[in-house]
Design a protein around this ligand. Structure first.
Ligand SMILES: NC(=O)c1ccc[n+]([C@@H]2O[C@H](COP(=O)([O-])OP(=O)(O)OC[C@H]3O[C@@H](n4cnc5c(N)ncnc54)[C@H](O)[C@@H]3O)[C@@H](O)[C@H]2O)c1
Length: 278
């Protein structure tokens, strides 16, 4: 319990599976209680299967196995009032809030729907506006915490450079992904400056490809085969690292939220095997 998360409470979006589940379980193992939300429904512009209610139930199960508590609700990060209600429910139960991990996301870049303007709007609504709503929903409880707190936004290597963008891969979905993931860096800097005097630290994490159902799916594999130029730009600099694991990103979350990150605010923290330095 040396990482400074014991007895704390984390609000985690997109917690049903993938990185969000990994963060939820590890934070619980470190002694934190969890307030979790996930949409658990399909969004029209997303061609791969999104998380289900059963996925969220499995996160609940895994967190409870650690002995910690979890409040987990189906909620859309595009619905500010719903997020406020879930945060209120969690804070009523656990008595405090220390961390926000704004992790929920979609990749509406595959297949025909990505050429619809709705794909751009979905990307920005979920991954830029949804991050704003999650932070704003949590802010009153964070400000109420005399110890301060930490916010980490999950961006992407695509939030530091529009990797993979070629004429042949142009689509509204791809544009929306790049815009949202860059946009949250602006939000991160805005909040880091605004909230420092309240002892709330704010950072963003920028993963390269991570082994989750967002990229480990039939649609993505087909896209990669049809667009080898996309795959080339996604190739990591470190050898023999095609993708990284959710736990690699969780490690960064523990670092940034915990004692080791106590003097870290306002940074873009890449976990990308050198992808963005290329
Ligand atoms: N997997 C990668 O290669 C990769 C790389 C860089 C960044 N990211 C980012 O990491 C984050 C986590 O993604 P992941 O890899 O775990 O993928 P994932 O698809 O396994 O998990 C994303 C979760 O977010 C949820 N979600 C989507 N829209 C939502 C909404 N409107 N409201 C509430 N929940 C919603 C999904 O249901 C899903 O459970 C995302 O922000 C993603 O963009 C992923």
């Amino acid at each position: 319990m040396g990482n400074g998360l014991d007895g704390k409470v984390a609000f985690i979006t997109g917690a049903a599976r993938g990185q969000g589940r990994s963060h939820s379980v590890r934070f619980a193992e470190e002694g934190a209680d969890i307030i979790a939300v996930d949409l658990c429904e399909q969004i029209d512009s997303v061609t791969y299967p999104m998380a289900t209610r059963e996925d969220l139930d499995e996160t609940i199960n895994l967190v409870e196995k650690t002995g910690r508590r979890i409040v987990a609700e189906q909620a859309d990060v595009r619905d500010f009032d719903r997020l406020k209600a879930v945060v209120a429910q969690g804070v009523a139960e656990f008595g405090r809030l220390d961390f926000v991990l704004a992790n929920a996301g979609i990749m509406p870049i595959l297949g025909e729907p990505s050429h619809e303007m709705s794909a751009y709007l979905d990307a920005v609504n979920v991954m830029l506006n949804g991050v704003y709503f999650a932070i704003e929903a949590a802010l009153p409880a964070l400000l109420n915490n005399a110890e301060g707190g930490a916010i980490v936004i999950t961006s992407s290597s695509a939030g530091l450079k529009a990797g993979g963008a070629r004429f042949s891969t142009m689509s509204h979905g791809t544009a929306g992904y790049a815009a949202a993931k860059h946009g949250v860096v602006g939000l991160m800097r805005y909040y880091a400056n605004s909230l420092a005097e309240k002892n709330i630290r704010v950072n963003s994490v920028h993963p390269t490809g991570v082994m989750t159902p967002m990229v480990v799916n039939e649609q993505f594999m087909q896209y990669a085969v049809e667009h080898p130029e996309f795959g080339e730009t996604m190739q990591n600099l470190l050898p023999n690292v095609p993708v990284i694991e959710p736990s690699d990103i969780t490690e960064a979350m523990v670092y940034l939220c915990g004692t080791s990150g106590r003097y870290i605010t306002g940074i873009t923290h890449s976990v990308d095997a050198g992808l963005t330095v290329k």
